[in-house]
Design a protein around this ligand. Structure first.
Ligand code: FMN
Length: 175
């Protein structure tokens, strides 16, 4: 699939089939996250793959009761390691969030190529998930997503609700 087709038709999916994801497909999707760019190539990410249905259901109350998360055959939890050093500047320790976000974004795009749906979940209880999943103290949950084949045949489409280029780009100066 052409790259531009991928990014145009990646959509948030909130209904999933229970169909399993073949191992080779899952591996390709995770590999897309693995090879992402990061500041100083520090790769401060770790991915937890959840397949156990009971464990998955326990995640739902820690994610604002978004029940569809447990419909998918897999939930992927993206964790980030706190950075002990930074190069100064206003970004400071938040650099980890940038790195993990880039990696996780690649995962969502690779999922699209494989006709798998994702839904970036940003509404979650970090401390609750850390405790529930045994995530070390010096790491944080950055995002999670259900991963599975969409229940609806029309799940992937070009969304007309995006702002036009003229609204989001200026040349030479902001104004
Ligand atoms: C940082 C972030 C957090 C989000 N959190 C949630 C969430 O908790 N629940 C949800 O259903 N969708 C969530 N979304 C999905 C957005 O609602 C969705 O990306 C947006 O409406 C645009 O739709 P699209 O992904 O199909 O382009 C989140 C997306 C991002 C990038």
């Amino acid at each position: 699939m052409d790259f531009y087709e991928v990014i145009k038709t990646r959509r948030t999916v909130r209904n999933y089939k229970a169909d399993p994801i073949p191992e080779d497909v899952l591996r390709r999707v995770l590999d897309a996250a693995r090879i992402a760019q990061s500041g100083s190539n520090r790769q401060p990410w770790h991915y937890i793959i959840i397949r156990d249905k009971e464990r998955m259901k326990g995640i739902v109350p820690l994610c604002a009761n978004q029940a569809f998360i447990a419909e998918a055959p897999i939930v992927v939890v993206a964790c980030g390691m706190n950075l002990k050093t930074n190069r100064g500047g206003y970004m400071g320790d938040f650099g980890m969030l940038v790195d993990v976000t880039i990696s996780f974004s690649q995962l969502t795009l690779a999922a699209r190529v494989e006709n798998l749906g994702t839904c970036w979940i940003g509404s979650f209880n970090n401390e609750g998930l850390k405790h529930y999943l045994g995530i070390p103290d010096d790491m944080q949950v950055v995002a999670l997503t259900p991963l599975g084949y969409p229940a609806r045949a029309d799940a992937f489409f070009e969304n007309a609700t995006k702002k036009p280029l003229e609204e989001i780009v200026s040349y030479e100066k902001y104004k």
